[in-house]
Ligand binder design. Structure first.
Ligand code: FAD
Length: 305
């Protein structure tokens, strides 16, 4: 119930104002968000890659309703990718993009065109783009845009959310050679007709999806902080005789950093999802919804200030 309430709050303008203007918020947000500008992002990338970690960068923003705002997001990604190119970080850092930040909610063709521009800049920087998956109502449109982009940019990554009932079917469709697929549990509210709402059911779906991806010919990107699922991933890699460079683990910036380093030290490919920018509200609220301990951390900061 708390999770649902926080997810509803993540889309409420009133709560947003309250949280954004609270004096304590910034310190807490810093734990999950690398900063507001591209220089902050570059500092985070340099620190993480120096420790042997890979990075995927997200310019914060979503649910854009204006072409002008979508244009600003494209420019922010292109600026970042040019910086990666200049610093020769293209092999260690890629970008994650939310199509609703590029105009998907009001003009699908514009979102595709904008995504193409980001993919072009990524190609020049020697790296790739992964299309984040958002609210369940956007899945069909996102997969359609993914297939369009893959014609010219075959390395474009997809995301499958295990909490959706169609997840396993989508994994089977996407487990082909060269296909980069991130598997996550899913961070949005979705009705029972289309999603598993019980935590155990979501975990079981994650395992089924992981089995399909790890047995398939694509490149699985296993995004989870869940120790049980990480153990199962390791076992599936052995079972399917996968070398360490044929799949990767992914975790969010600020969550289980010691585990991120442990996996990298063992020789696994470990990618950290680093979000930055001013539009941190929705992202931050989803992190609170995922874990009561994160909420506790936030509440404690209220009383300690
Ligand atoms: P949870 O069920 O949240 O946690 C399981 C266990 O993990 C916990 O019991 C605990 O043991 C451990 N754990 C979790 N958090 C912590 C913590 N803070 N400290 C210590 N232990 C912890 N969602 C989308 O809907 N679309 C996307 O495109 C998307 N992209 C993502 C990209 C990456 C790289 C990652 C890591 C997540 C992404 N997500 C995305 C979010 C994802 O869907 C989940 O909401 C989020 O990862 C939490 O799920 P979990 O698998 O970590 O398991």
């Amino acid at each position: 119930m708390l999770r649902q309430a926080l997810l509803i709050a993540s889309r409420s303008g009133g709560v947003r104002k309250l949280v954004e203007t609270a004096p304590f918020t910034r310190d807490v947000v810093k734990r999950f968000v690398a900063g507001e500008g591209v220089d902050d992002a570059m500092r985070a990338i340099e620190a993480l890659t120096a420790e042997g970690l890979l990075v995927t960068l997200d310019v914060l923003g979503e649910d854009t309703l204006e072409a002008g705002q979508a244009e600003s997001t494209v420019k922010a990604y292109v600026e970042l990718l040019n910086r990666l190119n200049g610093a020769e970080l293209g092999r260690r850092a890629e970008v994650s993009v939310k199509l609703t930040a590029l105009g998907q909610s009001f003009d699908e063709d514009l979102a595709l065109e904008n995504a193409r521009r980001i993919c072009t800049a990524a190609k020049q920087a020697g790296t790739t783009v992964t299309l984040d998956m958002e609210d369940h109502t956007t899945v069909d449109s996102t997969l359609k845009i993914l297939h369009e982009l893959r014609r010219d940019f075959p390395g474009t990554g997809a995301v499958i959310q295990a909490y959706l009932r169609r997840a396993e079917e989508h994994c089977a469709e996407l487990a082909y050679e060269g296909s980069r697929v991130r598997l996550c549990k899913g961070a949005y509210a979705a009705p029972e007709e289309v999603s598993f709402t019980d935590k155990d059911e979501v975990d079981k779906s994650y395992v089924r999806c992981m089995k399909v991806l790890m047995a398939g010919k694509g490149y699985p990107m296993l995004a989870t902080h869940d120790p049980r699922l990480i153990d199962i991933a390791g076992a599936l890699a052995v079972l399917n005789e996968r070398e360490a460079d044929t799949f990767e683990y992914q975790m969010l910036y600020g969550i289980r950093p010691a585990e991120q380093r442990r996996l990298a030290a063992q020789g696994a490919q470990m990618r950290v999802y680093v979000a930055y920018g001013q539009e941190w509200y929705g992202y931050f609220m989803r992190r609170l919804a995922e874990r009561p301990a994160n909420l506790g951390f936030f509440m404690r900061s209220l009383v300690s200030k």
